[in-house]
Design a protein around this ligand. Sequence first.
Ligand SMILES: NC(=O)c1ccc[n+]([C@@H]2O[C@H](COP(=O)([O-])OP(=O)(O)OC[C@H]3O[C@@H](n4cnc5c(N)ncnc54)[C@H](OP(=O)(O)O)[C@@H]3O)[C@@H](O)[C@H]2O)c1
Length: 344
Amino acid sequence: MPELRVAVLGAAGYAGGELLRLLLQHPEVVELRAFSASHAGRGLAEAHPALAHLPAGAFEAPDPAAAASWAEVLFLALPHGRSQELMGTVLERDPALVIDLAADFRIRDDGLYRRHYGEHAAPGLRQQFVYALADVLGRRLEGRRRLAVPGCFATATLLGLWPFAAAGFLEAPPVVFAVTGSTGSGAVPRETTHHPARANNFFGYAAEGHRHEAEIAEQLATAGSGGSAAAVRLLVHSAPLVRGIHATTLFRPGQPLGDPVELLDGAWAGRPFVRVVRKPPRVEAVAGTNFAHVHAAVRGSEIVVYVAIDNLVKGTAGQAVQAMNLALGLDETLGLGFPGLYPV
Ligand SMILES: NC(=O)c1ccc[n+]([C@@H]2O[C@H](COP(=O)([O-])OP(=O)(O)OC[C@H]3O[C@@H](n4cnc5c(N)ncnc54)[C@H](OP(=O)(O)O)[C@@H]3O)[C@@H](O)[C@H]2O)c1
């Protein structure tokens, strides 16, 4: 199919902006329309200044039905809850590929979804979606038409733990200490993302449990962790970073596993965007890129796993474009091979 017509809903947000940056430079995207309620009629660079250097047009007023009728690939970059309200209308128009960046369609199990998010407006549509963890699924995404892009904390956690779960080593619930940059909370400033509250600060939140625990638990069970991952604990923190997720996970393997780096090397061999590094990774090496850096070490009777990603690229828009490439049978690296900036 390539030579794609692509539309983005929620295009003025941070995830939407990152999608525009990647799609405007994607070799197979011939037409791109950006829909935004807050910026309709204004140039793309008014919301996303760095796009001033690309040949870009203006935002259009949101019309999900028209976008879904016109586009071959439709991305939804909306706050949680909005995609489930719109998805019936979107799917009636039957675009070839729909990619949702929110949490609305990530979880298959009804009870699990309800426990973490409450009632769903379109529960019957959830089973049409695949959890598009692109680096794990790879070519298994080919031909899939409805993709739910994993959350940023979940992506970082799963890229570190998946190889251990798949090899049967995750016999006790893992504990994840994860840190995010301020763009993880979107473009609208809040008390916890406002610059003075964030620039020289560090704090934990969601002490009672973070919603991404639901998708991590469900996916680790799929990977082969048995029931142990159901009790995964995700301890989240806000750091004085703009971009980036750093996740450190501790788990007890249940049986000796030898060198964990060797296990990671084997699991990620041939996958273009996951790099197994020889020491704990740093956010500065992946910021602005679609790469994940992963490392692990033995710590007494436990294993410690480190992962660093960019929340807006690997943690959302980059993974979404990689999943698009895979779903359409394209080279999965198309439009995504660029390095980051250093220093950040
Ligand atoms: N930020 C991250 O690092 C990250 C990582 C993983 C996943 N995600 C997911 O990606 C999605 C977008 O996140 P974001 O960080 O880009 O958020 P954001 O910056 O707040 O942008 C969301 C966009 O949705 C639109 N919007 C806001 N409120 C709306 C409403 N009530 N009804 C309809 N549209 C509304 C707005 O777009 P317009 O004004 O342009 O219409 C807004 O720009 C979320 O579901 C988020 O969980 C984000």
